[in-house]
Design a binder for this molecule. Structure first.
Ligand code: GLA
Length: 392
């Protein structure tokens, strides 16, 4: 349905049908926060909200973009791609063209239309979904034959080096490799992964997203600062003969505490304990032990709040309300933090009551009214050309 109307809009603008239709999902991260760029474990899942990229080739070296959500149009020349100070959204698109040109691909020119239903800057990785839908679409359109892993890397590189956000690889990776009703257990050190079935129906559970409506742009936030601090923690551990956070136990870290700056100790403590929690969460999911998962989700939030210090009062409210609520099986911030969204695992029959409670609590505290909705775990990126479907 969505695709049909997007195709019509495309035809109206460019007078020809699109040659490809590509789409990629946003994500929630079940557990494993701020561990991806620390070469640890993550456990994200793709959601049933996507960004669509429809495109056809041009021959004149120009790219025309229609952003349907904003009702805006932009264009640029492939040989001269530079950052736009006025329109931030175009930089995510330019970034992908830039990175492919840098890789030596000759893209000729493109007409494209972009539309999505992932809330922006809500911590659900709309930017990774945008990047992945574009790189997958261009790969198909120009027969670039990029490996899925390479696409994830290039999308991350575009965001790191062109847009200037030093994000890890998790969001791009899950957007490509996600599968319906499965979480992706990824070791960010060697990129080995396993898809873990989520039997939420067994306990009549659903994931809900709690969007705080607090927006802090990742690039201007303290995200990059956290990266630096954890790099400092890593350098300290390396100086003590360790190769990775995963090799260090919490007791060993505690022994080194006196020799570390307190803030660096806390960052390391979060990364080390979060890695352990991800491993336990995977074991819990393999045997449908949702009570253990519940405990781990709450612990993860505590660690992000106290040790990594990336929470905020609005996100803590979800955690606190979830802890008191019998039908809530865990709640925590998801993604980078500093605003954005949290997730909770909730028994379906009580979703409405839980939502009401959260809204009441937020109002009492005079927080912005949160957006609360149920999400489903959906599939990863897809690209179609001439009605033929290919998995991204
Ligand atoms: C953002 C980044 C990811 C990851 C998370 C925190 O979503 O894009 O790479 O670092 O924050 O876990």
């Amino acid at each position: 349905m969505i695709e049909k109307s997007l195709r019509e809009i495309f035809e109206k603008i460019y007078e020809f049908p699109p040659e490809i239709i590509s789409s990629a999902p946003g994500r929630i991260n079940i557990i494993g926060e701020h561990t991806d760029y620390n070469l640890g474990y993550v456990l994200p899942a793709a959601i049933d909200m996507r960004i669509y990229f429809l495109a056809s080739k041009r021959e004149d070296g120009r790219v025309f973009v229609r952003a349907e959500n904003f009702q805006e149009e932009e264009d640029f020349i492939l040989k001269d791609i530079s950052i736009s100070q006025q329109k931030k959204w175009i930089n995510y698109i330019k970034g992908i063209f830039w990175v492919l040109e840098k890789e030596g691909f000759f893209l000729k020119g493109v007409n494209c239309l972009i539309w999505g239903n992932i809330p922006l800057e809500a911590g659900l990785s709309s930017s990774a979904a945008l990047e992945v839908s574009i790189i997958n679409g261009l790969d198909k359109l120009f027969h670039l034959h990029l490996e899925p892993e390479k696409k994830a890397f290039l999308a991350q590189k575009a965001e790191n080096d062109f847009v200037g956000v030093k994000c890890g690889l998790m969001d791009q990776f899950i957007s490509i490799f996600g599968q319906k009703n499965k979480a992706l257990y990824l070791d960010c050190e060697n990129l080995r992964f396993d898809l873990i079935p989520l039997h939420l129906e067994k306990e009549n559970l659903s994931f809900i997203v709690y969007d705080t409506r607090v927006r802090r742009r990742l690039s201007s936030s303290q995200y990059n600062q956290r990266r630096q601090e954890s790099a400092e923690a890593f350098a300290f551990l390396e100086g003590n003969g360790y190769r990775n956070f995963k090799e260090v136990g919490l007791e060993t870290l505690e022994k080194m505490r006196k020799r570390m700056k307190e803030v660096i100790f806390k960052r390391a403590k979060h990364v080390i304990s979060e890695n352990l929690r991800v491993k336990k969460a995977v074991e819990a999911l393999r045997v449908d032990n949702f009570l253990l998962l519940k405990e781990l989700l709450f612990l993860s939030h505590e660690s992000l709040r106290d040790d990594y210090e990336v929470s905020c009062p609005e996100l803590d409210l979800l955690y606190e309300t979830g802890k008191e609520f019998p039908g809530c099986l865990g709640a925590r911030l998801t993604g980078a933090g500093f605003g954005g969204s949290g997730i909770a695992m909730v028994r379906k029959p009580i979703i409405a009551v839980f939502k009401k409670k959260l809204l009441e609590m937020a109002e009492r505290k005079r927080f912005p009214q949160p957006e609360i909705y149920e999400i489903k775990v959906g599939d990863g990126a897809r690209v179609y050309s001439q009605a033929k479907e290919d998995k991204g």
